[in-house]
Design a binder for this molecule. Structure first.
Ligand code: BTN
Length: 259
């Protein structure tokens, strides 16, 4: 069981994880984190659960993960950024989780826009950012992170696209070690970003993607846009060259054409 005391022991952070709410079962760690953030919880507060009954992914999809085998947690941030910068946050979180997963497993982790993490072309982690904006100011942000850590089987409809660290590495992963590593990396990048700006994370994300200069297809609000990925906008949008014009896409699902 993931308990506050064991999660905090050996944590090398200054403020990420200073308060950890841990649950056996909860509807969604993002729901709980939003509730405590609304009541004034400090930056770096974590909500973690072994099982979610209403785990959410992006675009209204469910996030389904076996209990006691994976990591599902949310972290509260109060970044001093304008609301139009919020789309950079998933890229920052993706870089931090990718570096940590690589550190713990030794395997190469790839970033897929906007917020998926992949190993050998299969997704093992997703990020869901939610927040509250009041009078055009960011009040709080909740970063929800789901990682398939030690799960050995996936439902048939997911098996071709989803994987876990254990399946790829062929050995059990220490979830607490991975959790601590992620909090440490999240805090380090967050501190750096506070000085250098959120867009300083973009080159780190770009180093980790296979999408750059490849033909990509993006499904956005029922419409498919196909073009060559040329980079990221300062706000974290996907820059695509399509029909001779550069377009900046801010949401949707992107795949490399032919993969
Ligand atoms: C995605 O890939 O679509 C994002 C998945 C995010 C899942 C995590 S699990 C912890 C947190 N609580 C939720 O309800 N969702 C996020």
């Amino acid at each position: 069981m993931l308990r506050e005391r064991s999660l905090r022991t050996g944590l090398k952070t200054r403020f990420f994880g200073n308060k950890i709410y841990s649950f056996d079962t909860i509807d969604s760690t993002n729901n709980c984190a939003k509730a405590v953030a609304g009541c004034g919880a400090t930056e770096g507060t974590v909500v973690i659960a072994e099982q979610q009954t209403l785990g959410r992914g992006r675009l209204g999809r469910p996030w389904i993960a076996n209990p006691n085998e994976n990591l599902m947690f949310s972290v509260i941030l109060r970044p001093a950024i304008p609301p139009d910068q919020l789309n950079v946050l998933p890229l920052y979180v993706a870089v931090a989780v990718a570096q940590s997963a690589e550190q713990v497993t030794g395997m190469e982790v790839e970033c897929k826009w906007p917020n998926d993490l992949m190993i050998r072309g299969k997704k093992f982690s997703g990020i869901l950012i939610e927040g509250s904006v009041k009078q055009n100011k960011v009040e709080y942000v909740v970063i929800g992170i789901g990682i398939n850590v030690n799960q050995r089987e996936f439902p048939a409809d997911l098996a071709a696209r989803a994987t876990s660290l254990r399946l790829e590495l062929n050995r059990e992963i220490d979830r607490v070690e991975l959790f601590r590593e992620i909090l440490h990396s999240l805090e380090n990048h967050y501190t750096r970003i506070s000085t250098h700006g959120f867009d300083s994370v973009l080159p780190l994300w770009l180093q980790r993607t296979k999408m750059l200069n490849r033909p990509v297809s993006v499904l956005q609000q029922g419409q498919t846009i196909t073009g060559v990925m040329k980079g990221l906008s300062p706000q974290g949008g996907l820059v695509v060259l399509a029909d001779g014009m550069e377009k900046v896409l801010v949401a949707g699902d992107a795949t490399i054409v032919g993969m």
